[in-house]
Design a binder for this molecule. Sequence first.
Ligand code: NAP
Length: 537
Amino acid sequence: MTEAQGKRLDGIDLDVAIIGVGVGGLYALYCMREKLGLNVQAFDMASGVGGTWFWNRYPGCRVDTESTVYTYSFDLDMFQNWKWSERYARQSEVLDYMNAVADKHDLKRSINFNTRIDRAQWDDATERWVLATGTGETVRARYLIEAVGLLSSSYAPTFPDQDKFKGQVLVASKWPETNPDLSGKRVAVIGTGSTGIQIITELASKVGHLHVMQRTPQWVVPLGIGPFPQEARDRINLNPIAFRDWALNTGTVFGFVESTISALAVPAKERQERYEKAWQKGNGFSFMLETFADITVSPEANKTATDFIKAKLEAAVKDPKVAAMLTPTDYYARRPLAADGYYEVYNRPNVTLHDVKANPIERYTERGLIVGGEEVELDVIIMATGFDAVTGNYLKIDTIGKDGANLRDIWASGPRTFGGMTIAGFPNFFMVFGPFSPFTSQPLVHEWQVNYFTDLIEAAEKTNGIVDTEVTAQDQWVQICQDGLAGTLFQVTDSWINGANIPGKPRTSMWYMGGMANYMVEMNAIRDNNYRGFTVG
Ligand code: NAP
């Protein structure tokens, strides 16, 4: 066993077990060990840190949130001095950063890599979580923290006769560590979400022929890739804590202040100018949320945004038939997409767009895929088909709370949590960015939540208490979240945001839609009210 693989497991008794060492899990490990001085061990299926950034190393993968807020703030020196090279960091740079954080704080010695946790059961008699690993070992811990990722549970549907295909099938979210050479090859990309459009724009000029298998077209705006802006660096350096707190006190923590103006309240000329400015600046979240306040809630306001994008699309794509295929018919109310030069890709002679809703992918052959009754010959097929988001990884672990309550039963018709961090009847159990967390960018919010429950655990430690959640408090939280999504167009537009992307998954709210600033107010009021809604028994 190498040091990086961690301690021997069977029979160990910990204070804290952590599942997942992505952004949230790494910071939780730091807090439990360095702030609270607890005996903690983390587990991850990967052979390194990074969570979703470990696995998603497909061509073109980068953060499409500005690097300024895609960072930790707890290590002030690194917050100020880590030199992100680009406005949107590439996956390799994110991974380098996370390794640097882990190495600086010597976190890897407390991680068992290549270790899957299959089962977690609360044992009332010993007041411990009993975890079973994929290799049959047992680990006990007083606290269990699951930091298993919002978008980490890969979804890659199969099509009939896959075993007959003589080429290669690659899943974007499980990309091989050694990047396959695709130059000159006939490549299909199935899926046109954030992952698909990054792969498509990166590969179009590098492969022999690119076949894009599009089921539902999406609204895409430019990303605005470029060097990390000096003014942002200056602002962070001037006062990093003030910058962090400013970002947290916005609605979505994407590094800008959301608009409060209705798209319908300004003259058409001014509206166009605002959209044009946002288009030139780049960034999907900014285009959707910084321009106007009601794009995601008002069909009329939404149409002003889609009319603008449609005009850009039609100007960019030379073949009107292809432009029509690329034009969505639903609201601009999925997770916003941004990529530079996306629509222009379809002017290339080596790119073919297939409408696989009208002409479905039927099956594999030895040479490729049958699409709408015709064979498309391929060397490589890339599945960019997304994730069983938000709840997927929690439900993969057989999690049993008090009195034998199984999480899969409790969440059968949709998740139930309190503040996105705890579940009633699951004592001493915490989630980082669990269901019904705020609908925001992640790293700074992960930190905020981990800080929050670190304080709660510290309070419980003082009294040897067990932390649980009141059912009524949880019910109220779920209701607030359900009402919140119901008021938006996200609710009525199929996507992973509401669970509609996974066949058979309950379609429901999984978010607190009130914004991060309000979330902090609500959760801080709970803390100041003697942790009302939590029980520390
Ligand atoms: P996604 O947004 O769920 O997109 C999946 C795509 O696969 C959709 O186009 C979907 O079509 C298609 N698809 C699924 N099953 C299919 C089937 N059986 N046949 C044909 N097409 C099928 O997934 P994603 O692109 O991986 O993105 C998920 C989220 O991960 C993003 O929204 C984002 O939050 C995050 N992400 C972030 C970044 C970044 O920061 N840069 C990069 C990648 C991902 P339908 O639309 O018809 O279902």
